[in-house]
Design a protein around this ligand. Structure first.
Ligand code: GDP
Length: 298
């Protein structure tokens, strides 16, 4: 198991003499430990480096409060900075822009990331809590099983899916989804695009064509939160080619430390809207920066 940061820091920092303010040396000693903790939590190296630099600037020279140890004080500064970075300037975590019906939501991501599951989880949330009428459509023409999977989930949660018509291209399906959503009086239609095991040009070209057709109000990238640095590369790629508006991190119920959240936020600047916490349809939660910060620090 990981050693938690406060144990780590109390070991090194509480030996230091208190001189009324955090000296540069105190802070550097502490931040070496913070850096190890971040890397162990799967935060990418450049992001960890930048983060440490910001904390160093904030912490050095700060008066040491009587009520806490220097170690606790550094932890508080690190924690606050983590929360600020994770939250960014997004005041609407957990909200999707779904005005002017029928609002298209494009779901993108690699195969196995949890995209189809997350599409259904979001649809359930939008119908249940937002009282919206939602139509889901699978655009995964290369994997009939994936189309079937969405239909099965739809039945399970009581959300309509676009009937499967074999032989149509993803763009044709997107058009049909829009028509059906307009005619049927739906508030939202969700397009579950195909994924691949890794990013390739054909995948991106296909998603681009669908994006151009649907002009989505939200483009949500679904990423496996356990994949660390790969998650960040995936996010960068999708953001550059497709332009994402938000991220859902899945498998946050696993024992990973969630460092991908920090890297992702820092690298793309795009908000993490929700986290997936299991396979069940209600295992989706709004993103809480505080919780992830606590988890990263251990
Ligand atoms: P897709 O290929 O990206 O559409 O992935 P799927 O939606 O088919 O999900 C792949 C597997 O991951 C399925 O077995 C899902 O039940 C599972 N899964 C999806 N999200 C989560 C999550 O947040 N936590 C856990 N533990 N499993 C998940």
């Amino acid at each position: 198991m990981f050693e938690n940061l406060s144990d780590r820091l109390s070991g090194v920092l509480d030996k230091l003499t208190r001189q009324g303010a955090l000296s540069e040396e105190d802070v550097s000693t502490a931040l070496r430990e913070v850096r190890v903790a971040l890397l162990e939590a799967d935060v990418s190296l450049p992001v960890a480096r930048d983060f440490i630099k910001r904390v160093q600037e904030k912490a050095t020279g700060q008066a040491v409060t009587k009520s806490v140890t220097p170690g606790q004080q550094v932890i508080k500064i690190v924690h606050d900075e983590l929360v600020a970075t994770l939250a960014g300037d997004d005041e609407n975590a957990g909200e999707l822009r779904v005005d002017s019906p029928p609002a298209p939501i494009l779901m993108v991501g690699l195969q196995g990331s949890g995209k189809t599951t997350t599409t259904a989880k979001l649809a359930l949330r939008l119908t249940d809590r937002g009282k919206k009428r939602v139509l889901m459509a699978s655009l995964d023409t290369s994997r009939p099983a994936a189309m079937e999977q969405l239909a099965v989930l739809g039945t399970q949660i009581g959300v309509d899916t676009l009937p499967i018509v074999p032989g149509q291209s993803p763009v044709q399906i997107a058009k049909r989804a829009k028509q059906q959503a307009s005619l049927g009086g739906y508030d939202i239609y969700m397009l579950d695009t195909a994924g691949r095991l890794s990013i390739d040009d054909a995948l991106m070209a296909e998603v681009e064509a669908v994006r151009d057709e649907a002009k989505p109000h939200e483009t949500i990238l679904v990423v496996d939160g356990l994949t660390g640095q790969d998650a960040v590369n995936t996010a960068e790629n999708f953001d550059q080619r497709i332009g994402i508006t938000g991220v859902v991190l899945t498998r946050m119920d696993g024992d990973g430390r969630g460092g991908a959240a920090l890297s992702m936020r820092a690298v793309t600047g795009k908000p993490i809207k929700f986290v997936g916490l299991g396979e069940k349809m209600d295992a989706l939660e709004e993103f809480h920066p505080q919780r992830i910060a606590g988890r990263i620090l251990g």
